[in-house]
Design a protein around this ligand. Structure first.
Ligand SMILES: Nc1ncnc2c1ncn2[C@@H]1O[C@H](COP(=O)(O)OP(=O)(O)OP(=O)(O)O)[C@@H](O)[C@H]1O
Ligand SMILES: [Mg+2]
Length: 371
């Protein structure tokens, strides 16, 4: 089936709409099929979740695949509910068993079976009411996983979240269960590099050296360029390589932003996507997002905003404390230290090999054009 718009902005469909990532996919498949757990790390919106689904598509002949996103969780109980629900709903087919069989899977707790009022689809729900209940539920879920005979791979996305839970024992608890599941492999993924690398590489931490790291960078520009050309020309739209190079320059080859501008270009009425069409499309994106951008600005102190503006105007700042930079933007070294921390915590800026830059490339462009 031909898609209306081949440049996806969320989720994963199939390999036709997924560019490259061959090396990373092979690495993940190789690790899983050799029973090595992996920690997958990249900047936000670089394509981790897409890569996990793409890898699942290769593995699904021989593996049962479970994907769980724990970003919305903030306590151990919420983790157990989210994790348990994902495991049950993705490994069990509510249609294939009687309700009694389904509800009897666990010893210490009973999941409920709910029907989606829109689709009529049944699915499992898990609700934890007390702390004692939470630990026995977790034990039950892992016992259930241990008893399964087929191969299973479980991806826990945004795994750094567990470091934020008030229950400090979470890491040790999960590690002890996971290391007993010798026939189940795990992918832990996330974008908070320092939190994740600390979790897996500090000798004092429970997950120390329990996985191998996969750091995912940008898609190769040559391959991405061919992918973009292919999808435009398959839909009778013309674009020159020069224009694609401009897209890469504006977006710094950051996957989501490349996808977004291509997605919006795709719906422009012109058959030929010239530089003028490109500029107009970028302006549309910036105007559309302006309310969010202004929202960020209003959340920041004057000093934080001043620093964000300076970084946006410079594009990259290799040495944030250098006199020239501070003088040019009338910043004081001491306030910069404080502001850097606040901006990093809010994921408004990120440090890469070229120095600090605005994390959201369109926000960076908007600031540099507007102020
Ligand atoms: N290789 C790819 N080819 C084409 N599109 C991709 C590719 N990888 C990711 N995308 C698209 O880019 C966007 C961002 O990808 P994804 O959500 O996988 O990133 P992420 O790193 O998981 O982001 P986050 O940190 O926000 O969770 C999505 O719209 C996805 O469809
Ligand atoms: Mg993701």
């Amino acid at each position: 089936m031909a898609l209306k718009n081949p440049f996806l902005l969320k989720g994963y469909l199939d390999k036709h709409y997924f560019c490259n990532r061959e090396k990373e996919t092979t690495g993940l498949v190789n690790a899983i099929t050799n029973s090595r757990n992996v920690t997958l790390i990249s900047l936000r919106r670089m394509g981790k979740t897409g890569l996990i689904y793409h890898t699942f598509a290769q593995l699904k002949k021989n593996y049962h695949c479970v994907y769980v996103d724990i970003l919305p969780t903030s306590t151990l109980a919420e983790f157990i509910e989210t994790f348990g629900k994902a495991v049950l709903n993705q490994l069990e087919n509510p249609y294939g068993k009687s309700v009694k069989q389904l509800l009897g899977i666990f010893k210490k707790f009973t999941p409920s079976l709910v029907i989606d009022p829109m689709t009529g689809q049944p699915s499992f729900e898990i609700q934890i009411k007390t702390e004692r209940e939470s630990e026995s539920t977790l034990e039950d879920i892992f016992n259930y996983l241990k008893k399964r005979k087929e191969k299973v791979v479980i991806a826990i996305d945004e795994f750094q979240q567990i470091a934020e839970y008030p229950e400090k024992k979470t890491e040790a608890l999960l590690r002890s269960y996971i290391q007993n599941l010798t026939h189940i492999d795990f992918i832990f993924s996330g974008s908070q590099k320092h939190l994740l690398t600390q979790m897996f590489s500090q000798a004092s931490r429970p997950f120390y050296q329990s996985t191998e790291f996969l750091f995912m960078d940008r898609i190769d520009s040559g391959t991405y360029s061919k992918f973009i050309l292919h999808h435009f020309s398959a839909n009778q739209k013309k674009i020159k390589e020069k224009e694609i190079a401009t897209i890469f320059e504006w977006t710094r080859l950051h996957t989501f932003y490349v996808q977004l501008i291509c997605h919006k270009l795709f719906v422009q009425p012109e058959k030929e996507l010239t530089h003028e069409v490109l500029v107009r499309t970028l302006q549309d994106i910036l105007t559309e997002n302006e309310p969010y951008y202004i929202g960020y600005k209003n959340l920041l102190t004057n000093q934080q905003w001043g620093l964000l503006k300076a970084i946006a105007k410079e594009a990259d700042v290799p040495k944030i404390n250098q006199k020239d930079f501070l003088n040019k933007y009338k910043l004081s070294a001491s306030s910069v230290q404080r502001s850097i921390k606040a901006l990093e915590e809010r994921e408004l800026i990120v440090q890469e090999t070229n120095g600090y830059r605005v994390y959201d490339v369109f926000l960076g462009l908007w600031i540099s054009l507007r102020f």
